[in-house]
Design a protein around this ligand. Structure first.
Ligand code: NAD
Length: 252
């Protein structure tokens, strides 16, 4: 898992799993473009935590197609190439079908799909154009266990991640002739800002108890799998969706 001379773009790199990925890739020699949405200070903090040199901070709302296109173009211009894209940016919002009104239901679906699925698809498209010219690359999508297990309180979130899995498999086939791998990581609960309120609530012990290990994943454990999938020797894993869920949900 050496990334010396490689360049990596990580969406949502200003905190959580994205930040852990940035630190991990940098530690293994990559030059990393850390993408942030609104919190530049947090993106700068990620840069401070990273070893190595030549890293970059880029901003975009991933739900905006033009912004995604400009972000990928800026990274390619600065780095001269793009070897790895990690589609990590995402949102989780509850919108229980029996409780929300129709306007709010529609707004949730649109917002979540635009960010989690269409944003990732657009970044994959833009990155793939460069990777095809380069003759190879790796795209790793950060999905979720919710794609398989169901998300009763957040059906659009579950659907966005199921869509991401299907997109990963389709793009894996489409891009394989160009030596580009497309894979997905499907974590269960992870100790990040997205999950902290749930983990600290009275439901926290039950959440940790979903895994027979009695805990949730660390962001570093997810980042380790992302880096493994993005490494040169993992090329033939293309199309894989890898669970990182502490045996909390098993599928075969
Ligand atoms: P997080 O909330 O800490 O990070 C999410 C990141 O996405 C943030 O950096 C945020 O700025 C970025 N983002 C959100 N909307 C954006 C937008 N419109 N444009 C640009 N960036 C935007 O959460 P996390 O836990 O680190 O989540 C990272 C990924 O992991 C997400 O895709 C999430 O769905 C997935 N995931 C998380 C868990 C968990 O329990 N934390 C479990 C399974 C999957």
């Amino acid at each position: 898992m050496k990334f010396t001379g490689k360049t990596v773009l990580i969406t949502g790199g200003s905190r959580g799993i994205g930040r852990a990925c940035a630190v991990q890739f940098a530690a293994q020699g990559a030059r990393v473009a850390v993408h942030y949405h609104t919190n530049r200070g947090s993106g700068e903090e990620t840069l401070r935590l990273m070893t190595g040199e030549g890293h970059l901070l880029v901003q975009a709302d991933v739900a905006e197609a033009k912004a995604v296109q400009a972000m990928v173009a800026a990274v390619v211009e600065q780095f001269g190439r793009l070897d790895v894209l990690v589609n990590n940016a995402g949102i989780y919002e509850e919108h229980p079908v029996a409780e929300v009104n129709f306007d709010s239901w529609q707004a949730s679906w649109r917002r979540i799909l635009d960010t989690n699925l269409v944003g990732a698809a657009n970044a994959a498209y833009c990155a793939a154009q460069h990777m095809i010219q380069q003759g190879g690359g790796h795209i790793v999508n950060v999905s979720s266990r919710g794609a398989f297990r169901g998300e009763p309180e957040a059906p659009a979130y579950g659907a966005s991640k199921a869509g991401m899995n299907a997109m990963s498999q389709s793009l894996a086939k489409a891009l394989a002739p160009h030596q580009i791998s497309v894979t997905a990581v499907a974590p269960g609960w992870v100790e990040t800002d997205m999950a902290v309120d749930y983990l600290n609530s009275p439901a926290g012990d039950a959440i940790r108890g979903q895994s027979p290990m009695g805990r949730v994943a660390t962001p570093e454990e997810v980042a380790h799998t992302v880096a493994f999938l993005a490494s040169a020797k993992s090329l033939f894993l293309t199309g894989a969706i890898v669970d990182v869920n502490g045996a909390s949900y098993l599928r075969s």
